[in-house]
Design a protein around this ligand. Structure first.
Ligand code: ZN
Length: 291
């Protein structure tokens, strides 16, 4: 069974309506939804430990939950309208005692925000993007509502990540956005996760092989882009029926998509490619998409 961990927003709980909907619609997934501690010095280690223990296929979070999801390095994750700067911009994070929007699993009905808690948010926020790697960059998606008037952190997100999805909607997810965007994306990412370890091993070995081959021969083919495509579309990498004409071994079939700049310049190309990882050779390419 596939596994999803969902992080709720500020002042909410594991009883949120979004979680109820996700459980109904993803009935082939185990959906784990924790109550998130109010103080980030408790919440962050608690959520990291939970993810390490559960090893989910996908993590999704909304608003404050999206901010926490971003920090769960190594996993596929979706940040829905992430609120990266709760301490600065949130109208809700202020000193006082408040009621949770929905009952918590532990039955607690109220929470208190202190100056210390707000300071803890500020301290965590200043470090939240430390250590983002290029490999990890392929595993993070941002989902932004076009009418989100409460929080808009798309600019900040785009400084670190390039997978951005827009949806028609506000700060809170509605059923249409859950059905048409979030559920679809969760399923796509779970498929990627399925192949991720295997494909990363192949891609890393191939990269090493290419680097050492460069010393003795000229390599003109854009292998950098091939490796990038493998890491971006691990769900499409498989052993091919096509055989390498040089060594006779079965090829590796991958989905190749030329770099972002080629699409911006109307010379983008994408399609199925067969490569021989032993001979470091492109065997064939079936163009499926161009602009
Ligand atoms: Zn070969």
């Amino acid at each position: 069974m596939k596994k999803l961990i969902y992080f709720h927003g500020f002042g909410s709980s594991a009883a949120s309506g979004t979680i109820k909907m996700l459980r109904e619609k993803l009935n082939d997934f185990e959906v784990i939804a924790p109550d998130i501690p109010v103080d980030p010095t408790e919440a962050l280690p608690f959520l990291k430990e939970l993810c390490q223990r559960e090893q989910p296929d996908v993590i999704a979070g909304t608003s404050m939950g999206g901010m926490y999801a971003q920090q769960m390095s190594g996993f596929y994750r979706i940040c829905v309208n992430p609120a990266f700067y709760m301490s600065k911009t949130s109208k809700v994070l202020k000193v006082g005692t408040f009621e949770f929007f929905k009952p918590r699993l532990d039955g607690i009905k109220e929470f208190t925000i202190t100056d210390d808690i707000i300071r803890h948010f500020a301290e965590m926020e200043s470090k939240q993007f430390d250590g983002v790697t290029s490999e990890d960059c392929e595993k993070v998606w941002g989902m932004f509502g076009d009418n989100d008037s409460q929080v808009n952190c798309e600019d900040v997100f785009s400084r670190y990540y390039h997978h951005v999805v827009h949806f028609h909607g506000e700060h809170r997810l509605d059923e249409k956005a859950i059905d048409e965007i979030l559920i679809v994306l969760i399923r796509q990412l779970a498929l990627k996760q399925n192949n991720w370890d295997k494909v990363m091993k192949i891609a890393n070995e191939l990269e090493t092989k290419i680097e050492s081959a460069k010393a003795t021969k000229d390599i003109y083919f854009p292998w950098k882009d091939v490796l990038h495509s493998m890491r971006e579309y691990p769900e499409k990498v498989r052993v091919s029926e096509t055989v390498c004409p040089i060594c006779g071994k079965k090829c590796l079939e991958i989905y190749f998509s030329s770099p972002d700049w080629t699409w911006h310049n109307l010379c983008g190309r994408a399609g199925t490619m067969n490569i021989c990882t032993d001979c470091i050779k492109q065997v064939d390419f079936h163009l499926e998409l161009m602009n």
